[in-house]
Ligand binder design. Structure first.
Ligand SMILES: *[C@@H]1O[C@H](CO)[C@@H](O)[C@H](O)[C@H]1NC(C)=O
Ligand SMILES: *[C@@H]1O[C@H](CO)[C@@H](O)[C@H](O)[C@H]1NC(C)=O
Ligand SMILES: *[C@@H]1O[C@H](CO)[C@@H](O)[C@H](O)[C@H]1NC(C)=O
Ligand SMILES: *[C@@H]1O[C@H](CO)[C@@H](O)[C@H](O)[C@H]1NC(C)=O
Length: 261
């Protein structure tokens, strides 16, 4: 660009900046109407009701007036071209056995039979698992630990069987101080010495698909379980952390390491 060109461009840019919304004013009554934003999100839940899958979509903007808006999915369906969604309040959903679980689908928002906006999606990449349930904590006095167990409906599913679970727990008085552990099984042990004695704890768990084929989102959190830790810190603690044991451990570590040198 020449210097003159650059100067002109800058002048034009400044003019636009100074005149603020002049760009819109030319559009007549555009100021009055909010630009329609029909962006939406969807998630799938496979085998939620026997062999039936559930696909749920909703507008990202909760204030969209959805009175006359419809959703439709085309492609990736068994024996069918397209399927219309049902509507329940602000949620649009389909319960069906007809998802191929291979290839792309196109999900469209429709107004008066016309496509307003469409998004391409793969049903298997937007999986939101069902929330785990029955989380419990059992104290094992002899072992000085807590066994955490929970259940998930995905153990009995054909498709989305492999999940990663995130267990979160906190001392109830430390509101935002959550500790997190990731695991793929439904059982976990927490060492007593890592928890405060005689304290109330809250614990919960959620899941996300953990395979290359099925991907998606975190499930909702399970209902919380609450438990109180025992008053004592456990015998293991005094043995492992007493000053004598520290000396013994240091000596032991030295002995264990030296032969390798
Ligand atoms: C939504 O739009 C319909 C018709 O277009 C109208 O009757 C209804 O009052 C609107 N609802 C809200 C909450 O604006
Ligand atoms: C809307 O989009 C779908 C998917 O691309 C297409 O099959 C359908 O014919 C379109 N409908 C209209 C009315 O254009
Ligand atoms: C998990 O829940 C299912 C259904 O409620 C039940 O049949 C099953 O026995 C539970 N499994 C465990 C390990 O609790
Ligand atoms: C658990 O996994 C998630 C997702 O991969 C990751 O963001 C998070 O940091 C992990 N948390 C821990 C404690 O490893």
């Amino acid at each position: 660009m020449t210097i003159l060109g650059t100067t002109l461009a800058m002048a034009f840019y400044l003019l636009q900046a100074v005149s603020g919304e002049s760009g819109y004013a030319e559009n007549g009554d555009f100021d009055d109407a909010e630009p329609d934003d029909y962006s939406f999100s969807c998630y799938s839940q496979l085998e939620v009701d026997g062999p039936q899958h559930l696909l749920t979509c909703s507008f990202d903007d909760p204030d969209v007036n959805s009175t006359h808006l419809e959703f439709e999915i085309c492609g990736g369906l068994l024996d069918l071209g397209c399927l219309s969604f049902n509507k329940l309040q602000e949620m649009y959903f389909i319960k069906t056995k007809k998802f191929l679980l291979i290839g792309d689908s196109k999900i469209c928002v429709k107004l008066g039979g016309k496509n307003v906006t469409c998004r391409k999606m793969k049903i298997v990449k937007i999986v939101k698992p069902e929330a785990p349930f029955d989380i419990r904590v059992t104290y094992r006095e002899g072992a000085n630990d807590f066994v955490v167990t929970f259940n998930t409906s995905h153990l009995r599913k054909k498709y989305v069987k492999d999940l990663m679970h995130e267990v979160a727990y906190r001392q109830e008085k430390n509101e935002n101080d959550w500790m997190h552990v990731n695991l793929s099984s439904t059982k976990l042990t927490l060492l007593q010495r890592k928890l405060q004695p005689n304290a109330m704890y809250e614990i919960k768990v959620r899941s996300i698909p953990n395979t290359n084929y099925f991907e998606g989102f975190w499930s909702d959190w399970s209902p919380s379980f609450h438990f109180r830790t025992p008053e004592t810190k456990g015998t293991e603690l005094s043995l492992l952390y007493g000053p004598v044991s520290q000396i013994i451990r240091r000596l032991w570590n030295n002995c264990a390491r030296n032969p390798k040198k």
